[in-house]
Design a protein around this ligand. Structure first.
Ligand SMILES: Cc1cc2nc3c(=O)[nH]c(=O)nc-3n(C[C@H](O)[C@H](O)[C@H](O)COP(=O)(O)O)c2cc1C
Length: 138
């Protein structure tokens, strides 16, 4: 499975690595890919997408790399299962609700509840690993 993420200060990246641990623990291969390095054609061969981005701007996805990536895949992901995650600082998760709505509008099915973690996932390591496991088993 490919875990595609953007991270400025490393929190969402840390979540991505923990989610990978959970996926691997369920016996699936997983790799984390910074969004600017992703091969979109290869990604679109997958049935399940794992996408992570922190809350940026004012409750929006990161604008210069991650949002353009979503715009590019948006017409090509209908029917796929997606798992969404990201770190935030002080908001109430609005950016992730909008991200979820966007992917639903694209015709995707959302796996479980998107995982949002405030700042660094110190005490939430387990939550990220469990989320990774759930991606494989659901
Ligand atoms: C430019 C900028 C804008 C941000 N805007 C929000 C926001 O609107 N809501 C929020 O909850 N956190 C906001 N944050 C906080 C980040 O979401 C938080 O620091 C997060 O842990 C960053 O994840 P990262 O380490 O993966 O980059 C913002 C941070 C930056 C640098």
């Amino acid at each position: 499975m490919k875990i595609v993420y953007w991270s400025g200060t490393g929190n969402t990246e840390k979540m991505a690595k923990l989610i990978k641990q959970g996926i691997v623990a369920e016996g699936k291969d997983a790799e984390t890919i910074f969004v600017s390095d992703v091969n979109i054609d290869a990604l679109l061969e997958e049935d399940t997408l794992v996408l992570g981005c922190p809350s940026m701007g004012s409750e929006v996805l990161e604008k210069s790399e991650f949002q353009p990536f979503i715009d590019e895949i948006s017409t090509k992901v209908s029917g796929k299962k997606v798992a969404l995650f990201g770190s935030y600082g002080w908001g109430d998760g609005e950016w992730m609700r909008n991200f979820e709505d966007k992917m639903l509008d694209c015709g995707c099915t959302i796996i479980g509840t998107p995982l949002i973690i405030q700042n660094e996932p110190d005490d939430s390591d387990k939550e990220c690993i469990i989320f990774g496991r759930k991606i494989v088993t659901s």
